[in-house]
Design a protein around this ligand. Structure first.
Ligand code: NDP
Length: 286
């Protein structure tokens, strides 16, 4: 039997309903969250993300502003700009749009975002809370993956999880969030592929999460019978957007699978709104 579809849009809608209620409560206390996205230079792909942010914030009643800085801005001026936003009490959330100019130390700049305003969870303090098993403002996509897995009702205890990809904002935090629920988590990366072991690992996953950015890297035939598959990847293949997993074949083996598009993406956006409201609460209600 073909897999059930993990419909990101429905899960996102449920999250947004809760966020709306929280937002209304904040507004009765005169608190209106405001998200500021800092963009350095011009980047067409970032424009799409910014547009989506603006639209989803407007739909729910969160203020959103884009601050465009010149592509030649120095790292120290960018850091000072972020510090000023940290000090500004009308700004409750800060997003630093990627990519930054290659000359900049991304981690250094990210670490200057106040942890309480860091709605994307990129500050080392927020990543550190995940290590402690107490995620607060964790990276939105990692939390989205966890929501999608939880929505299947699976008990993670003792489950074989394989995470393909080890980025700071997806692979590593996902692995930590799941290990914390006592799943047995393996993390695969380029070294796994290069050693020819990717299929071996993937094919024993009861829960498979893939965040690489390579169209159809994971062959559908590798997917274990009844596995839960969460595909984070977004790739252009011809005129289509596809994931990292060969969906049409994988869905014949899996019990649950996320579509691309329409799986992880909408949930990530909903979590960004949730983090933004949480950040405002932390600043004004604690
Ligand atoms: P990164 O490029 O930061 O990380 C990719 C990871 O994949 C790295 O750990 C890399 O390992 C690993 N990798 C590369 N090639 C291989 C390979 N052949 N076999 C195994 N592992 C490999 O990407 P992100 O984590 O930021 O994003 C991953 C994908 O998810 C992208 O397509 C992105 O667009 C998408 N995405 C989607 C979101 C959504 O909301 N739907 C949000 C965020 C991302 P190494 O470093 O060792 O090379």
């Amino acid at each position: 039997m073909a897999a059930q579809i993990l419909a990101g849009k429905e899960i996102a809608e449920k999250i947004k309903q809760i966020v709306k209620k929280d937002l209304e409560q904040l507004k009765t206390r005169g608190i209106v969250p405001k998200l500021v996205a800092v963009q350095v230079g011009e980047n067409p792909s970032s424009l799409v993300y910014l547009g989506a942010q603006k639209k989803s914030c407007a739909a729910i009643g969160i203020e959103h502003e884009v601050k465009n800085l010149d592509g030649n801005v120095s790292e120290s001026d960018l850091i000072q700009f972020i510090k000023n936003l940290n000090e500004d009490r009308t700004v409750t959330g800060i997003i630093l749009q990627m990519p930054l100019p290659p000359s900049m130390d991304v981690r250094k700049v990210q670490s200057t975002i106040s942890p309480e305003k860091d709605v994307e969870g990129v500050n080392p303090a927020n990543l550190g809370w995940i290590v402690y098993g107490r995620p607060v403002l964790a990276p939105c996509t990692a939390l989205a993956v966890k929501e999608l897995i939880d929505s299947t009702g699976v008990n993670l205890y003792g489950k074989e999880v394989v995470m393909v990809g080890h980025s700071d904002i997806v692979g590593k935090p996902v692995a930590l969030l799941l290990v914390d629920k006592f799943a047995t988590v393996s993390i695969c990366h380029i070294g796994t592929s290069d050693s020819g072991m990717l299929e071996t690992h993937v094919s024993r996953a009861e829960i498979l999460v893939v965040a690489v950015g390579k169209a159809h890297l994971i062959k559908g035939s590798w997917v274990k019978k009844d596995a839960i598959v969460v595909d984070v990847g977004i790739n252009k293949l011809g005129d289509k957007i596809v994931g990292d997993v060969e969906f049409e074949v994988a869905k014949e083996n899996a019990s649950w699978i996320t579509p691309v598009p329409g799986g992880v993406g909408p949930v990530t956006t909903a979590i960004l709104l949730r983090n933004t409201v949480l950040a405002a609460k932390m600043q004004f209600l604690n």
